[in-house]
Write a protein that binds this ligand. Structure first.
Ligand code: ASP
Length: 439
């Protein structure tokens, strides 16, 4: 059995956090492959080391004096090393960084050093082997990630290695040029390592006790989700849930490896399990609620639309020609509505309207703005009678006018359109009916 454990920046922000991580890892001998992020914030107004590195490199690029900034970064690591009473020095690494910054090694190189240095410290602290991500995470020359080559390299390198620390977030091209994933990309490294070693579980340790049913900025102390499927998570992430880096799901999902989101500050809690499929019923019929504001609805009317073959295509072409993707497209017999992001649509509005007239020749076009979309997601909905009824009666009781309803064909979600100003009330009403009063 082996577990891959990834720790986020706040879990490794200082020596005290490192000690918690050390206890977690030593508490389970199956936790054999460790993927650290760079040190994150120690307190709300603190700066993450990754951001310090970007700023430091920006200074170097301008030809400015970047050494004071580099020293501040050095101090962050020095405090961790001293706090853990380790007998290591990062002088050599910092000298190399200084030289590379002067040579213009690139901002990806600069940012990657946060994880690189943290990996060295972590390996020394745990007594695990340090495996540089530069050796095993491969990018193509055009900058795209290379999943096949990475899997081969990782599997080969870790085969003879029973315990290792592999820093997250970066890799290199064949020529050795450092490339990073997008922000939060250590999640992806953890997932790639889990796939390569065929881990039994990918534990992703962070500073929250798993995935919450709803946004804590809207609902006070929302309940956590015990088990969620990848597909449910995808629906919720699309609507604004931020749990894991989106690209972290695919590698483990392919292998059927579950992800367990855990809290470094409350390791006794079970967190959330993200799985391929499950017969575990979710506690509340719905698994989660998420939503976003700032949508526009373009209502298009044309008599006998239903019998005009190709009408939908012509409508969508007007959006495509303007580079706008659509979110939802509910339709009636002679009406069709296209939901788009307001900020993408606003400045192209008249071009799209002209395109619609030219391509689809509608009788009328009417545009509504400031709409919000809410996704109520749950694998349990398919087997439960009256879910939609409960949602809409809760909304009616709270005076929320529903502007659009769309139930995905998978019956995994119901999407509801409401006015932006009703967004919070609607989410509270839905949460209340399913989680609190459960009527
Ligand atoms: N350190 C990087 C960031 O701040 C990557 C990560 O933490 O996953 O985005």
């Amino acid at each position: 059995m082996s577990k891959v454990v990834k720790f986020g920046g706040s879990s490794l922000a200082d020596a005290a956090q490192f000690q918690k991580v050390g206890e977690i890892i030593r508490g389970d001998e199956e936790r054999r492959y460790v993927v650290p992020s760079a040190p994150g914030r120690r307190f709300p107004k603190d700066t993450k080391v990754t951001d310090m590195l970007y700023a430091c490199y920006g200074e170097a690029e301008k030809g400015g004096d970047f050494l004071p900034k580099l020293d501040q970064i050095r101090t962050r690591y020095q405090e961790i090393i001293e706090g853990l009473k380790l007998q290591i020095s990062l002088d050599k690494e910092f000298a190399e960084m200084e030289e590379q910054f002067r040579k213009g090694a690139g901002s990806d190189y600069a940012a990657s050093r946060g994880e690189y240095l943290n990996g060295i410290v972590m390996a020394a602290y745990l007594g695990y082997e340090f495996v540089d991500a530069a050796e095993v995470i491969r990018f193509k020359d055009n900058g795209e990630f290379d999943p096949q080559e990475t899997n081969t390299l990782l599997a080969k390198r870790l085969k003879g290695c029973s315990h290792a620390v592999i820093p997250g977030f970066y890799g290199t091209t064949k020529e050795g040029k450092v490339k990073t994933f997008s922000r939060g990309g250590s999640d992806i490294t953890g997932s790639l390592v889990a796939k390569a070693v065929k881990a039994d579980v990918y534990e992703n340790w962070t500073d929250v006790s798993g995935v919450l049913i709803a946004d804590p900025r809207i609902i006070d102390n929302p309940k956590g989700i015990e088990t969620i499927t990848y597909r449910e998570l995808r629906e919720l992430s699309y609507m604004g849930f931020t749990v894991l880096h989106e690209d972290a799901i695919f590698p483990v999902r392919q292998e059927g490896i579950p992800i367990n989101i855990r809290n470094t500050n409350s390791p006794e809690e079970n967190g959330t399990w993200i799985v391929g499929s499950t017969c575990q019923k979710s506690k509340y019929v719905i698994t989660g609620i998420a939503g976003k504001k700032g949508f526009c609805a373009i209502n298009i009317e044309k008599d006998m639309m239903n019998s005009e073959i190709g009408f939908g295509r012509k409508v969508l072409q007007a959006f495509e020609e303007n580079g706008i993707s659509f979110e939802h497209m509910p339709s009636g017999i002679d009406t069709l509505t296209v939901f788009v992001h307001q900020d993408e649509f606003m400045h192209k509005e008249q071009k799209v309207v002209a395109g619609l007239h030219r391509l689809a020749d509608p009788d009328s076009i009417d545009i509504e703005s400031d709409l919000a979309l809410i996704a109520v997601v749950g694998r349990g909905m398919r087997a439960t009678r009256g879910t939609a009824g409960r949602i809409f009666s809760a909304l009616a009781h709270n005076n929320v006018n529903v502007r659009m309803i769309d139930q995905g064909s998978s019956e995994l979600n119901i999407i509801i359109g409401v006015a932006d100003e009703d967004f919070e009330t609607a989410i509270k009403a839905i949460y209340d009916i399913f989680v609190i009063t459960r009527i």
